[in-house]
Design a protein around this ligand. Structure first.
Ligand code: SF4
Length: 250
């Protein structure tokens, strides 16, 4: 891994580079110990499209929560096949299967932080143990939390998180989509500007904030992949963020 001061220096330097230049640097520097994550929604298309330009086939992690819209799963299949991606589906630890089955309808609505932790954070933590670098598609204009991010972020466990699109705006995404005639998620034109899991996503108006339809009406804007929840090592560390007392779950 690069020394910490070099990561800080490069992160500053990358503020003026294009996302494609950053992605190329990442692939050249970390191949084959590198992966990207994607939720295969409309905003994901530019970064996925850039990765198709690389000589190296970076694997794409897709978190299959079991709560996705059918349209998301079909769109993921179509893009993966047409753009020849090696998509690796990530699933929750089977040790939670009984608990989730018993609470399958209520869990996303009553304890979404726990649901996201079991279905998204833990599987991603596990998958990333096998790589040194992780390319993510977050942007500073999406949430106040993401506004604080850096292009290169060294995690406590030595993993380097790379955010090539951090400086892009919603308008930049739209411009790139139009310039390259990229396909949109099938629910986009129906008002789903940001698509997460079905129980936690609603359609929004044309002038609403891009992520307004995610956990609408709840005090939650992030799943935990891009917050401090991701740095916790186990469920006991994050217990105070859940409504369910996980210490009592057998
Ligand atoms: S987005 Fe909703 S359904 Fe999906 S993992 Fe999070 S809480 Fe569960």
């Amino acid at each position: 891994m690069l020394p910490e001061h070099e990561i800080s220096r490069l992160s500053e330097e990358f503020e003026t580079k294009t996302p494609l230049e950053i992605v190329q640097w990442a692939a050249d520097t970390f191949w084959p110990e590198i992966a990207m994550s994607s939720s295969f929604q409309t905003q994901s298309m530019p970064l996925l499209h850039m990765v198709t330009h690389l000589k190296r086939a970076i694997p794409v992690f897709f978190i299959d929560t079991g709560y996705h819209f059918w349209e998301t799963l079909m769109f993921r299949e179509k893009i993966a096949a047409e753009w020849k991606f090696n998509v690796i589906d990530l699933y929750r630890d089977p040790r939670w299967d009984l608990f989730v089955r018993q609470n399958i309808r209520t869990l996303p609505l009553e304890d979404p932080n726990l649901c996201c932790y079991l279905h998204k954070v833990q599987p991603m933590q596990e998958a990333l143990k096998d790589v040194k670098a992780w390319i993510s598609g977050i942007r500073r204009d999406q949430t106040s939390n993401r506004a604080q991010a850096s292009i290169l972020e060294l995690q406590d466990n030595g993993l380097l998180k790379i955010n090539p699109l951090l400086n892009w705006t919603k308008a930049d995404v739209q411009k790139y989509m139009e310039e390259h005639n990229l396909p949109k998620h099938p629910l986009y034109e129906k008002g789903y500007k940001s698509v997460g899991c079905a129980p936690c996503t609603v359609a929004i108006g044309a002038n609403d904030d891009e992520r307004a339809g995610r956990w609408a009406g709840k005090d939650k804007v992030e799943c935990g992949l891009h917050t401090d929840m991701f740095h916790k090592k186990d469920i006991v560390d994050v217990q105070n963020q859940f409504k369910t007392d996980m210490t009592k779950v057998k």
